[in-house]
Design a protein around this ligand. Sequence first.
Ligand SMILES: [Zn+2]
Length: 297
Amino acid sequence: MNVEIAGWDQTCDLPNPENHGETRMDAVKRAWEGAMEMAADSWDRWEITKPKLEAIEKSGANPDYVDQLDVDIDDPGYTQFFALRWDKDFRAGIEKVLHNMNTLINSMPSQNGRPKTELYISCNDGGVAQYKCDNDIAFEVDLPNDAGSFINFCPPFWKQARFDVWKKAAASEKHSNNGGPADVSENDWETVRNLERYGFGTDASSIFHELTHASWIGNTNPLVDGKPTPADNTGFYINSQMSKKCLSNSANCKDLVKNAESFTWYAQYGYFRRRVTPRAEIWPLWGPQQKPIVLPV
Ligand SMILES: [Zn+2]
């Protein structure tokens, strides 16, 4: 793990309730590595996508459809969660969050004395006096003056699907498609597909989500009158519907840049799509959970 976490409260030394062979701190560290891997992968995709979006913008009012398909092929998450939007302000908003996710967290090890930005972790309900988990998987609270963040991992966090397990299944699938042994069971593969089909998050995607909330990273879903705006929705399908709303009315597009889940699903869907590309689309093209944005060919 690259990031230096300034403090773990003592509840992180308790056993992981779902796996007594490790502490909660072990489980968080493992998931954190997955979140950082998705952050690096997202940035890598963005660097491929960004010049294509700039070219589309330059091409004027009737951009070449082939250019849009090109973005969709290499970075399908950009189509689904950011509505394949190419205007400059939107691009800048997306880039800022993805850049901060990839670099800020990885560049904050302790220096001589205390780092300016710090992360504090709690692994039990009620880690911050005035906040409660309710049904949250985790929550993030900014420290004053952009000094860092407090992240509380709540009871449902430990039950989440493990990113490292799914990653292994996806890697095996790709391997078998390249002529290697099919060493992934159909069950494992179904689990990876269900990630997209039913919108299950992983332990790593929860960490990714919370980090985008931090004001010094993405300031997603900031509180207005005590309520997050846009609503802090969870779920793959709901968040792709937000993208559709942006396509039908550009006034809605600003919500995508302020929505933790849009970034989180962009990261995770893109990550797995890249690794299972030889297999057909993992998001259903029909039915109630169908892929919402399908570019005509
Ligand atoms: Zn949230």
